[in-house]
Design a protein around this ligand. Structure first.
Ligand code: FES
Length: 67
């Protein structure tokens, strides 16, 4: 499912970043490019939703790794 039409970002892209440990709002916005001048900014208004997606995927990934 697309969550950003400006950049063509899918929910799975945010999940991938979460698995890589990128879960903070500034890192997510910069990595996804939603804080660029050519972005509309609607995604920045929903950055907490993106953080929730990335954080839950990061937590799920960390608990599934065998050590
Ligand atoms: S819809 Fe994501 S920045 Fe515009």
């Amino acid at each position: 499912m697309y969550i950003c039409v400006c950049k063509g970002i899918k929910e799975s892209d945010v999940e991938d970043l979460g698995r890589s440990g990128i879960t903070c709002p500034k890192q997510l916005a910069a990595t996804l490019g939603i804080d660029d001048d050519d972005a509309c900014g609607r995604c920045l208004d929903k950055i907490h939703d993106l953080v929730t997606i990335a954080s839950s995927e990061h937590k799920r990934h960390c608990t599934s790794v065998q050590v």
